[in-house]
Design a protein around this ligand. Structure first.
Ligand code: PNS
Length: 165
């Protein structure tokens, strides 16, 4: 039986660290669904449809990775898609408490679904979507922070939404 894994996140926007986790998950499981949703604990910058477009561009070369938007509980989305695994990247001890809590809640809600943590490569241990937005805000160079294939579009969307904020 094929094992489907989900990489959930707000991806506001996707970073090189996220991309690395998608690829490593795609090497471990038959199919990976990158699932984008709003994180109620964070104020988002990019609209969901833009985040999906950027993610689609990033995973385009990988045949077993899809991108989907979902609303509501992650475990409901996972069950609907017959996913057995939730894959999350762990950067540092500071990620742990929140990730540990989410994994515990998800396990209570859906014990048949496992959460698996992949330790982030040291190259990306410092990297977050918030850092990318902050560098963009001050016109810094984002080249080493995001997948290069989305650089032009990301800057275009950033400037577009800056006017609306
Ligand atoms: O990239 P993020 O913002 O850390 O991702 C967090 C995300 C989207 C995975 C998390 O907020 C989530 O799973 N949201 C869906 C709602 C849900 O299922 N909550 C239960 C876990 S506490």
């Amino acid at each position: 039986m094929k094992t489907i894994a989900i990489c959930p996140g707000s991806y506001d926007p996707v970073t090189s660290g996220h991309k690395d986790i998608f690829i490593r998950a795609a090497n471990l499981y038959d199919k990976v669904i990158v699932a984008v949703t709003e994180n109620p604990r964070k104020k988002s910058y990019f609209p969901i449809d833009v985040r999906v477009k950027l993610l689609e561009k990033v995973v385009e070369p990988y045949q077993n990775i899809d991108v989907c938007h979902f609303d509501g509980l992650l475990v409901n989305f996972a069950r609907k898609n017959k996913a057995k695994v939730i894959v999350k990247g762990l950067r540092a001890a500071s990620d742990f408490e929140n990730e540990f809590q989410m994994a515990q809640v998800n396990h209570k809600l859906a014990p048949e679904i496992e959460t698996v943590f992949l330790v982030t490569k040291t190259d990306y241990a410092f990297l977050s979507s918030s850092a990318v937005k902050e560098v963009l805000q001050f016109d810094g160079c984002i080249e080493n922070l995001i997948p290069l294939e989305i650089k032009d579009n990301l800057i275009k969307y950033y400037n577009q939404y800056k006017k609306d904020k």
